[in-house]
Design a protein around this ligand. Sequence first.
Ligand code: ADP
Length: 353
Amino acid sequence: MAKFRRIGVLTSGGDAPGMNAAVRAVVRTGLAHGIEVYAIMEGYKGLVENNMRLIKNPSEVSNIIGQSGTAIYTERCPEFATEEGMAAAIKTCRENQIDGIIAIGGDGTFRGATDIASRGIPTIGVPGTIDNDIAATDYTIGLDTACNTVVTFVDSLRATCESHARCNVVEVMGRHAGHIALRTAVATGAVAVAVAEFDFDEDEVIKNIIEKRKAGKRGFVVIVSEGIPGYAEKLTKIIEQKTGIVTRFCCPAHVQRGGIPTLEDRLTASEMGEYAVKQLLDGKSDVVICKNGGKLCTVDISRALKVDRMLKGKLTAEEEAALTPEEREYMTARCAEVRANMKALYDLVYEIR
Ligand code: ADP
């Protein structure tokens, strides 16, 4: 523990509500352990450009727990992923005597964290992304707020939808993953949901909407994940053509990232931020903090990234062949669990529509 005198915290990649709560927890936990904490500004860009701020007082992170976005800013920094950028980042760490880093972000951020860790600076990843697309963890900071923002958005659409007897097709974020779509489809009472992970029976959905209209249903909501690029707009036209119901395309877009962090996100971010610092002090590095079955744990970043690739069917033949039996068992089970959880939500939408 004596080894750590000064650590850095950064937020990187897409902003997510709850990142501030994680930053606050990292800073306060560090200070409580007598460690100096640097806020590294604008993600890895701050490391490359030596832009950071020493936080001397816990009050410097007061009042950020309830703010969306990230008070220490974020940037996408392609330069960091180059040899020169990485060398500059490591120089910054050495010059400022930073003994460890907590990097809050998504899978790109974790790749960067591994690169820093492999150059001798212990680094821990905290999952902060509304997409929940880190398969090693049940939950990523920001998911709940983003979902609640979509629910509020769709609830507002409902008024016009019902009054005018229309259908709304709503495209939601999630990148390649359908977590936001599945959760919000259940919570908004959608008549259908389309995600990249499962086949979508367009004809059956059209038939169902026509039947429901005949039975007197006025308004319809269909949720489509951005994981199927362009499909939401296409489906809007198809539904209108085939059912005769006026159908509108809607997209809450980046509003989904800007909601006031919910209790769930503040809580998880606070837990993960504190846990991350303690794991760092315990000598862990090159791991991502995960919350599975309600319990915090760490997973090696390389393993976490491999599970993601396996889930997306993108594991290379060489990677597949190099898996140890234990790794294969863990990864196969984890992918099956994630798929089963998503499938349960998908089925629920159609069961109770
Ligand atoms: P997220 O972390 O939300 O997935 P990005 O994929 O944009 O977001 O990654 C955030 C940042 O992490 C990038 O701008 C870059 O600085 C760094 N990064 C991404 N991929 C790599 C990589 N392969 N190696 C090193 N750094 C990376």
